[in-house]
Write a protein that binds this ligand. Structure first.
Ligand SMILES: [Zn+2]
Length: 295
């Protein structure tokens, strides 16, 4: 019963307390790429543990309570079917969320293509993906996908200097280039597929923040931290439509603090975090292999 119980415990620990503790480890935000790797490995490890735990527990119960290995194997098969259903639930949830997101983005992209009528601005900024909306409210966001768009309002161009506009563009291009939308989609799928009691909204908001910090770092490489800070402050109150990724958000204060860290490598912290990520992912795999070889 040891391996089955360990898998159940691991699944529960990784699904509930670990995300809450990780969200409080604000030091991790200094190495956002490694932090995102930890979040992904903890989430994948939680799912793997849950999928492996069900057949393992039923196999153990079968071996203890029933006579003959055939009955135990039958119970383990039931467990495997249950795990298959759980996996199917996650995949269906992923398909539904992905389809909905892509349809919303496609509609929004068609709309901004229709509304943005400033080819001279496009040429000036030499970005064929750029759409400029003739609106005085400052807003900036990207619409990810195969035909991605970076959308700025005329209000943004008026409110920012040329360098600050470059910072905003570098930030949005980083979201598109590094496909932060896919990382956020993965966490949204897992969040939605989990039973409400195991959902961790802290995880979702932390991963969103880390994607913003990574995009800010690309902007710092392009124009330096002072210009990025000015752009973040100016855009702090702006909003973006659903399914897009906006530059202004409620985490502006945290992002400003982290701009100071953008050029420090934090090698030791990153190594520690990559090590923890490997441990988290390795734990359920080792338990399954150990349980398999000892039965
Ligand atoms: Zn952003």
């Amino acid at each position: 019963m040891v391996f089955a119980a360990a898998l159940v415990a691991l699944a529960l620990v990784l699904a509930w307390p670990v995300p809450r503790v990780l969200a409080r480890m604000t030091t991790f935000r200094r190495a956002p790429r490694a932090a995102l790797v930890i979040w992904q490995s903890v989430t994948i490890a939680a799912v793997l543990s849950a999928l492996a735990a069900t057949p393992a527990v039923l196999l153990e119960i079968g071996e203890e309570a029933m006579e003959g290995p055939g009955s135990a194997r039958a119970l383990a098969t039931v467990g495997a079917v249950l795990s298959g259903l759980m996996l199917a639930h996650v995949l269906v949830s992923g398909h539904q969320i992905g389809t909905r997101l892509r349809a919303t983005r496609r509609r929004h992209r068609d709309l901004v293509d229709l509304l943005s009528n400033a080819p001279e601005v496009r040429n000036e900024l030499s970005d064929p993906q750029l759409c400029v909306l003739q609106h005085s409210t400052p807003t900036a966001y990207c619409v990810p996908g195969l035909r991605s768009r970076v959308v700025l309002s005329q209000g943004t161009i008026d409110a920012l200097s040329a360098e600050e506009v470059e910072a905003v563009l570098a930030h949005e291009r980083a979201h598109l280039r590094e496909r932060h939308d896919l990382i956020l989609e993965f966490f949204t799928v897992i969040y939605t597929a989990l039973p409400p009691i195991l959902r961790s909204p802290e995880a979702l908001s932390e991963v969103r923040l880390l994607a913003e910090v990574l995009a800010d770092r690309s902007a710092v490489k392009a124009v330096g931290p002072v210009v990025v800070a000015r752009a973040v402050v100016t855009m702090a109150g702006s909003s973006a439509p659903d399914a897009a990724m906006g530059v202004g958000c409620s985490t502006a204060r945290i992002r400003l603090d982290l701009l100071q860290e953008a050029k420090r490598p934090h090698i030791l912290l990153s190594l520690l975090m990559f090590g923890s990520a490997t441990l988290a992912l390795g734990a359920p795999i080792c338990l399954v292999v150990a349980g398999w070889t000892t039965t």
